[in-house]
Design a protein around this ligand. Structure first.
Ligand SMILES: [Zn+2]
Length: 122
């Protein structure tokens, strides 16, 4: 009977026993599977930071004691706004689709103008 040395996918040690085994024991299988399923921490942290930055940019544009303002795409981009990331959308009764970053939202207007609003309903 030919002997083929199989190595554990987790720890790399030779596996004893059945040929279809991929791990030396349950512990190695669990460790391996947990790593495969682990949420990439850096990815989540980066997205959270981007969302917070977007939110702070929107907040900074609205004058004190006001609820909304108009701004341009260029101004948002110069501030480092990332249009790919937002937390949720809101469809107004008029059919306008606002994008929110937490409690601040924006609506794209014509000609690269944007309406920036302080959110009430989240
Ligand atoms: Zn192992």
């Amino acid at each position: 009977m030919p002997t083929e040395i199989r190595l554990c996918q987790n720890c790399g040690k030779p596996i004893q026993g059945r040929m279809d085994k991929k791990f030396c024991d349950d512990s190695c299988r669990n460790t391996y599977n947990n790593q495969q399923n682990a949420i990439p921490v850096n990815l989540i942290r980066n997205i959270n930071n981007t969302l917070k930055k977007n939110r702070n940019i929107l907040e900074s544009l609205i004058p004190a004691n006001e609820e909304l303002t108009k701004t341009t795409r260029e101004r948002l981009m110069r501030a480092g706004f990332n249009f790919r990331f937002f937390t949720h959308t809101y469809q107004s009764k008029k059919g306008n689709s606002y994008r929110y970053c937490y409690d601040f939202g924006y609506l794209e207007l014509e000609g690269d103008w944007f309406l920036v609003v302080k959110g009430k309903d989240i």
